[in-house]
Design a binder for this molecule. Sequence first.
Ligand code: ADP
Ligand code: MG
Length: 599
Amino acid sequence: MSALAETLTRRAQSVRRPSAWHLLVKNRLAAAGLCLIVIIAALAVVVPALPLADPQVTAPVNRLKPILTTGHPLGTDQLGRDMLSRLLWGARISLAVGLAATLVAAALGSTIGIVAGYAGGRTDNLLMRGIDMLMAFPYILLALAIVAALGPGLVHALYAIAVVNIPFFARNVRGVTLGYAKREFVDAARLSGKGPFAIVVTEILPNVLPVIVITMSTTAGWMILETAGLSFLGLGAQPPQADLGSMLGEGRAQLFTAPHVAIVPGAMIFLIVISLNLLGDGIRDVLDPRLRSGALARPGPVTDVAGGRIAPPNTQKYATLSIEALEIGFRSGRDVVPAVRGVSLHINPGECLGLIGESGSGKSVTALSIMGLVTSPPGFIRNGAIYLKDEDVLGMPETRLIASRGKRVAFVFQDPLTTLHPMYPIGRQVEEAIAAHQPSGARHRREKAIALLDKVGIRDARERAKHYPHQLSGGQRQRVGIAMALANEPEIIIADEPTTALDVTVQARILKLLRDLQRERGMALLFITHDFGVVSQMCDRVAVMKDGEIVETGVTRNVLTNPRHAYTRRLIACVPELGTGDRFLERVAGLFQSGKEQA
Ligand code: ADP
Ligand code: MG
């Protein structure tokens, strides 16, 4: 294998996300819980093969021997039975019953939850009202009532515990299923002709499974405790069979004369439950999708800047924004993957600079770094400098940098549906943008928000301000995004592919709006796109970015008529012309091929 190939494989390996198992073992408490429960479970499994006394043979002469008596390491109980043997046999029964109850509750509860969540309507109503009825009783009371009806005994205790725990599973699983049942991939499966059963099994279940496992792991300890509780009350295991709960119940009478008879099973219950709970919490942390991607690391409020950074002098003192030799990398394990490599650019007041390049060339990372918005970890600024007018942004105190976001530099993002809050009316969201930087009365704020919405071309702005993002079209949502960016009259607006999510006619209108607003207010505009057609309409100058570097920059007209870099020529050739569809595809293929040669 060549050295390069070797480096690449090594990098690929180090880039790979840590496995769930790895994350679980790294969590020390969960690992301790796992070790403990594995040891206890292993002992419980092999107990028939161990050279132990029969747990049920009584020997009245040996009554209540203390701990560490020869032949009885944990002493004997009131009937002279060996405590160690009884403890392990009892743990075996408690674990078996508790885990069986967990499985039964999980199977029944999850089935009810999935069916209710997927079917919706009357089925959902019927099933969930049934669950509500179960939940209306205090559940220990309900368990007691069930055992009272069925008669005491271990199996009946198991049923009772399983039944009272069904609602936890049903409710959790229904909630998650409800979210997935309306998703596009489920619609796609339906359109492909799959029946409801197949959809539930192949589309919904894999997504819901983590929730079921999390609920199981967090309730298993609880259920073992409840089983022990019923046995303690004499409703579970019946003599001579004993589980930990009934041992504890029998030991109660000797609590003062021979406390070990109660303490030994009590300690075992404690160990089992605590180890299961620690393990359960660990499993939840690993499987919970919200915690998984960040591996429990929360990004900082501002992008990290490498310690040894030397700020290059500001060569464009009169520019609104200038970036000098900026380098940004992403840490992955011990490696650093470079995303931006020595980018320098500047934007003058009232100017529109187009930053163009194919997807993955580092445009968004460059744009986000300007206000310290690249997530760290893993991202960090390795070198270079960013200046707003003559102020070094990377040297700014954190509070000043955060206060500049939205005030001096505003962003318009690609997909307004993901950047607008789904639960608030759009007017309120524009008001929030204003309130972040301009203290003023609510009434004044509202009027200003409506004026802004009107300005960006939302008709009937006063009424529209009360609407929610989902009630607007894509173009209107992007107009709201622009209104929010304008709210504090920033010096520069950074628009990151603001029209990529829109269709062509809406795109043209949004572009015109941005262009007009920028001219009218004399703002600077950093316009990011992958489309030279858009650049030619919008931008005074253009910088072409490829693999994290700027390969060419100049006045748009000059670059368009006389591109010097081969990559620029290919990007320009990619702008489709009417009636040249097949040639267009050839050019795109050419672009792709050149990318492969480079890699
Ligand atoms: P684009 O030009 O399409 O906007 P980006 O700036 O988003 O491209 O990405 C540039 C490079 O940085 C890509 O190769 C991407 O893999 C990498 N990158 C972006 N964000 C992250 C991240 N959070 N972790 C690791 N790598 C990232
Ligand atoms: Mg991008």
